[in-house]
Design a protein around this ligand. Sequence first.
Ligand SMILES: Nc1ncnc2c1ncn2[C@@H]1O[C@H](COP(=O)(O)OP(=O)(O)OP(=O)(O)O)[C@@H](O)[C@H]1O
Length: 275
Amino acid sequence: MTHAIQVRGLTKRYSGVEAVAGIDLEIEQGEVFAILGPNGAGKSTTVEILEGYRKRDSGEVSVLGADPGRPTRQWRSRIGIVLQTNEDAPELTVREIMRLYATYYPSPRDPDDVIEMVGLTESAHKRVRQLSGGQRRRVDVALGVVGRPELLFLDEPTTGFDPESRRRFWDLISGLAHDGTTIVLTTHYLEEAETLADRVAVIAQGKIVALGDPATLGGRATAKARVSWAGGSTETDTPTKTVLELSERFEGEIPELAVVRPSLEDIYLRLIEPS
Ligand SMILES: Nc1ncnc2c1ncn2[C@@H]1O[C@H](COP(=O)(O)OP(=O)(O)OP(=O)(O)O)[C@@H](O)[C@H]1O
């Protein structure tokens, strides 16, 4: 496998604040990688360094084989960035702004195809300022992908989306990943990370406190399960045995039976607890 991103010993300090305190990271080509962490954990600082928009203090960083500390125009054209807010050109129509952005890249996607991809065909003739918050966000995403990036950074992409738009957006991202785009996603929605990400890193106080597949992160898959039924519940390492015993006790169906492992959110909250 080829690495899209390699980071060793990354640090960044603002006056008095150690925002990034020694991060090591490898992201494979074609991977969807989510970065989770509380406000102020150092996510944006890390991502901005990878995007070539912030200087690091120390560490080795390679993004698409180059040092983002010395970004070239050609390197930038291989990267798509969707920031938290984009107030670009509110007077242009969706189609105009897409066509304009497409001219910035050497081998762009067809602007109309991208408008279709993000579900804005009906609104293509509208000015950006006339769109709803969720529609504007889709324009942001469309602008991030029109240049056919090899690597796409998404910063809290679905903030303000209704549940249906969020699911549609997830399908769009899965499609891009399926076509080989590497995606780095920061999000506060754990369900989003769980749905989209091959791996997640949890950052707290400038350090990675857990890294792995969302299904097994922080010992999730082997954590005790909670078995509950009408009238009782228990935490156990052997939920199958508990269910069999309950089934005997109830002589068949167990009323209101549920077996749950900790959610990604439960694990996440445990991981970020200050020690
Ligand atoms: N330009 C700056 N000058 C001084 N301190 C900064 C600057 N940018 C960030 N910080 C500080 O660095 C720390 C990490 O900030 P960062 O924005 O990277 O966190 P974050 O994880 O992205 O947070 P959020 O989830 O709120 O976006 C915070 O303590 C923040 O106050």
